[in-house]
Design a protein around this ligand. Structure first.
Ligand code: PRP
Length: 207
Protein backbone atom coordinates (compact mmCIF):
# COMPACT_ATOMS: atom_id res chain seq x y z
CA UNK A 1 0.00 0.00 0.00
CA UNK A 2 1.14 3.56 -0.73
CA UNK A 3 2.42 5.76 2.08
CA UNK A 4 1.48 9.44 2.42
CA UNK A 5 4.02 11.48 4.35
CA UNK A 6 3.57 15.11 5.44
CA UNK A 7 6.79 17.10 5.68
CA UNK A 8 7.17 20.38 7.54
CA UNK A 9 8.05 23.08 5.01
CA UNK A 10 11.22 25.16 5.42
CA UNK A 11 14.37 24.27 7.35
CA UNK A 12 13.03 20.89 8.43
CA UNK A 13 12.01 19.98 4.88
CA UNK A 14 15.63 20.16 3.76
CA UNK A 15 17.01 18.06 6.61
CA UNK A 16 14.13 15.54 6.31
CA UNK A 17 14.80 14.99 2.60
CA UNK A 18 18.57 14.77 3.25
CA UNK A 19 17.82 12.02 5.77
CA UNK A 20 15.42 10.15 3.48
CA UNK A 21 17.93 10.28 0.61
CA UNK A 22 20.60 8.91 2.92
CA UNK A 23 18.23 6.03 3.69
CA UNK A 24 17.99 5.33 -0.06
CA UNK A 25 14.62 6.91 -0.87
CA UNK A 26 14.25 8.72 -4.18
CA UNK A 27 13.82 12.44 -3.43
CA UNK A 28 14.99 13.69 -6.82
CA UNK A 29 11.78 15.77 -7.07
CA UNK A 30 13.43 18.27 -4.72
CA UNK A 31 15.73 19.49 -7.51
CA UNK A 32 12.90 20.89 -9.57
CA UNK A 33 9.96 21.38 -7.24
CA UNK A 34 8.94 24.98 -7.96
CA UNK A 35 5.85 25.88 -5.92
CA UNK A 36 4.32 22.40 -6.07
CA UNK A 37 3.24 20.91 -2.74
CA UNK A 38 2.78 17.20 -3.54
CA UNK A 39 5.59 14.95 -4.74
CA UNK A 40 5.94 11.26 -5.50
CA UNK A 41 8.71 8.76 -4.99
CA UNK A 42 7.37 6.20 -7.49
CA UNK A 43 10.20 3.75 -6.74
CA UNK A 44 8.97 3.37 -3.16
CA UNK A 45 5.27 4.23 -3.61
CA UNK A 46 5.44 7.29 -1.35
CA UNK A 47 3.68 10.65 -1.72
CA UNK A 48 5.06 13.64 0.14
CA UNK A 49 2.98 16.68 1.15
CA UNK A 50 4.76 19.93 2.02
CA UNK A 51 2.81 21.74 4.72
CA UNK A 52 3.19 23.84 7.88
CA UNK A 53 4.04 21.97 11.08
CA UNK A 54 0.64 22.30 12.77
CA UNK A 55 -1.10 21.27 9.57
CA UNK A 56 1.16 18.20 9.27
CA UNK A 57 -0.17 17.12 12.69
CA UNK A 58 -3.77 17.79 11.57
CA UNK A 59 -3.29 15.72 8.38
CA UNK A 60 -1.92 12.83 10.42
CA UNK A 61 -4.71 13.06 13.01
CA UNK A 62 -7.30 12.94 10.20
CA UNK A 63 -5.53 10.04 8.50
CA UNK A 64 -4.87 11.68 5.12
CA UNK A 65 -1.16 11.51 5.96
CA UNK A 66 0.03 8.21 7.41
CA UNK A 67 3.27 9.72 8.69
CA UNK A 68 4.70 13.19 9.27
CA UNK A 69 7.98 14.80 10.23
CA UNK A 70 7.25 17.50 12.80
CA UNK A 71 9.34 19.38 15.37
CA UNK A 72 8.84 18.44 19.02
CA UNK A 73 8.06 22.13 19.63
CA UNK A 74 4.84 21.85 17.61
CA UNK A 75 4.03 18.42 19.04
CA UNK A 76 4.23 19.76 22.60
CA UNK A 77 1.53 22.31 21.73
CA UNK A 78 -0.74 19.72 20.07
CA UNK A 79 -3.35 17.30 21.38
CA UNK A 80 -1.25 14.10 20.89
CA UNK A 81 -3.81 12.14 18.88
CA UNK A 82 -1.08 10.19 17.03
CA UNK A 83 1.82 7.84 17.71
CA UNK A 84 5.26 9.40 18.12
CA UNK A 85 7.49 6.75 16.50
CA UNK A 86 11.02 8.05 16.27
CA UNK A 87 13.38 10.86 17.23
CA UNK A 88 14.95 11.73 13.88
CA UNK A 89 17.80 13.71 15.46
CA UNK A 90 17.37 16.51 12.95
CA UNK A 91 16.05 20.05 13.47
CA UNK A 92 17.81 20.14 16.81
CA UNK A 93 17.18 23.31 18.78
CA UNK A 94 16.09 24.37 22.25
CA UNK A 95 13.30 26.15 24.00
CA UNK A 96 14.64 29.23 25.74
CA UNK A 97 13.45 32.16 27.79
CA UNK A 98 14.97 35.34 26.36
CA UNK A 99 14.76 39.06 26.95
CA UNK A 100 16.67 42.32 26.89
CA UNK A 101 19.82 42.54 29.03
CA UNK A 102 18.12 44.79 31.57
CA UNK A 103 15.03 42.58 31.76
CA UNK A 104 13.21 42.24 35.05
CA UNK A 105 11.59 38.85 34.70
CA UNK A 106 12.92 37.16 37.81
CA UNK A 107 13.47 40.26 39.96
CA UNK A 108 10.17 42.05 39.34
CA UNK A 109 7.28 41.40 41.70
CA UNK A 110 4.92 43.23 39.32
CA UNK A 111 2.96 42.00 36.32
CA UNK A 112 5.15 40.02 33.90
CA UNK A 113 4.15 39.52 30.27
CA UNK A 114 5.66 36.79 28.09
CA UNK A 115 5.11 36.60 24.32
CA UNK A 116 5.37 33.22 22.61
CA UNK A 117 4.27 30.98 19.76
CA UNK A 118 4.20 28.20 22.39
CA UNK A 119 1.70 29.07 25.16
CA UNK A 120 1.49 25.51 26.58
CA UNK A 121 5.26 25.22 26.92
CA UNK A 122 5.55 28.74 28.36
CA UNK A 123 2.76 28.11 30.88
CA UNK A 124 4.37 24.82 31.92
CA UNK A 125 7.77 26.45 32.35
CA UNK A 126 6.53 29.29 34.57
CA UNK A 127 4.49 26.82 36.60
CA UNK A 128 7.72 24.99 37.47
CA UNK A 129 9.13 28.38 38.57
CA UNK A 130 6.04 29.04 40.65
CA UNK A 131 5.52 32.30 38.79
CA UNK A 132 2.20 33.72 37.67
CA UNK A 133 2.79 35.47 34.34
CA UNK A 134 0.58 36.66 31.50
CA UNK A 135 1.17 34.67 28.30
CA UNK A 136 0.53 36.51 25.02
CA UNK A 137 0.22 34.32 21.90
CA UNK A 138 2.18 35.60 18.88
CA UNK A 139 2.32 33.81 15.49
CA UNK A 140 5.93 34.54 14.49
CA UNK A 141 8.92 36.89 14.63
CA UNK A 142 8.44 36.86 18.41
CA UNK A 143 11.83 38.50 18.97
CA UNK A 144 10.32 41.84 18.07
CA UNK A 145 7.80 41.76 20.95
CA UNK A 146 10.09 42.82 23.85
CA UNK A 147 11.78 45.41 21.62
CA UNK A 148 8.57 47.33 21.05
CA UNK A 149 7.24 46.99 24.57
CA UNK A 150 4.68 44.21 24.29
CA UNK A 151 6.29 42.01 26.93
CA UNK A 152 9.13 41.51 29.39
CA UNK A 153 10.45 38.42 27.63
CA UNK A 154 9.78 35.61 25.17
CA UNK A 155 9.67 31.84 25.21
CA UNK A 156 10.78 30.62 21.80
CA UNK A 157 13.00 28.13 20.03
CA UNK A 158 16.64 28.93 19.32
CA UNK A 159 18.72 27.08 16.76
CA UNK A 160 21.83 29.12 15.89
CA UNK A 161 21.04 32.04 18.21
CA UNK A 162 21.41 34.50 15.33
CA UNK A 163 17.89 35.93 15.52
CA UNK A 164 18.24 36.66 19.24
CA UNK A 165 21.69 38.18 18.81
CA UNK A 166 20.76 40.39 15.87
CA UNK A 167 17.81 41.73 17.84
CA UNK A 168 19.78 42.45 20.99
CA UNK A 169 18.18 39.73 23.12
CA UNK A 170 19.93 37.35 25.48
CA UNK A 171 19.11 33.86 26.75
CA UNK A 172 17.86 34.08 30.35
CA UNK A 173 17.17 30.38 30.79
CA UNK A 174 17.33 27.17 28.75
CA UNK A 175 14.09 25.23 29.00
CA UNK A 176 14.29 22.06 26.89
CA UNK A 177 16.26 20.48 24.02
CA UNK A 178 14.07 19.47 21.11
CA UNK A 179 14.32 17.78 17.69
CA UNK A 180 12.11 16.52 14.87
CA UNK A 181 10.01 13.40 15.34
CA UNK A 182 8.32 10.92 13.01
CA UNK A 183 4.65 10.62 13.94
CA UNK A 184 2.01 8.21 12.63
CA UNK A 185 -1.74 8.09 12.29
CA UNK A 186 -3.02 5.47 14.76
CA UNK A 187 -5.18 3.57 12.23
CA UNK A 188 -2.50 3.68 9.51
CA UNK A 189 -0.07 2.15 11.97
CA UNK A 190 -2.24 -0.99 11.96
CA UNK A 191 -3.51 -0.92 8.36
CA UNK A 192 -0.14 -0.16 6.76
CA UNK A 193 2.04 -1.77 9.39
CA UNK A 194 4.31 -3.53 6.87
CA UNK A 195 5.02 -0.35 4.90
CA UNK A 196 5.45 1.80 8.02
CA UNK A 197 7.77 -0.67 9.74
CA UNK A 198 9.84 -0.97 6.56
CA UNK A 199 10.09 2.84 6.33
CA UNK A 200 10.90 3.09 10.02
CA UNK A 201 13.66 0.47 9.81
CA UNK A 202 15.34 2.18 6.86
CA UNK A 203 15.21 5.58 8.56
CA UNK A 204 16.15 4.42 12.07
CA UNK A 205 19.24 2.64 10.74
CA UNK A 206 20.77 6.02 9.88
CA UNK A 207 19.51 8.42 12.54
C1 PRP B 1 12.33 30.32 14.52
C2 PRP B 1 12.27 30.82 15.96
C3 PRP B 1 13.24 31.97 15.94
C4 PRP B 1 14.29 31.50 14.95
C5 PRP B 1 15.48 30.97 15.71
O1 PRP B 1 11.54 31.13 13.73
O2 PRP B 1 10.95 31.19 16.32
O3 PRP B 1 12.63 33.16 15.51
O4 PRP B 1 13.71 30.43 14.18
O5 PRP B 1 16.49 30.53 14.83
P1 PRP B 1 18.02 30.94 15.05
O6 PRP B 1 18.35 30.69 16.48
O7 PRP B 1 18.77 30.03 14.12
O8 PRP B 1 18.16 32.38 14.67
P2 PRP B 1 11.22 30.81 12.22
O9 PRP B 1 12.42 30.99 11.38
O10 PRP B 1 10.60 29.46 12.16
O11 PRP B 1 10.19 31.94 11.81
P3 PRP B 1 8.94 32.61 12.57
O12 PRP B 1 9.50 33.43 13.70
O13 PRP B 1 8.28 33.46 11.56
O14 PRP B 1 8.08 31.50 13.07
Amino acid sequence: MALNIALTKGRLEISSLDLFEKAGFNCSFRNNKGRKLIFKDLDNDISYFLVKANDAITYVEHGVADLAVVGKDSLLESSSNYYELLDLNIGKCKFILAGLKDNNIFSNSGHIKIATKYPKVAKGYFKTKNMDVEIIKIEGSVEIAPLIGLCNGIVDIMETGTTLKENGLIVLDEILNISARLIANRASFNLKQKEIVNFLERISSIC
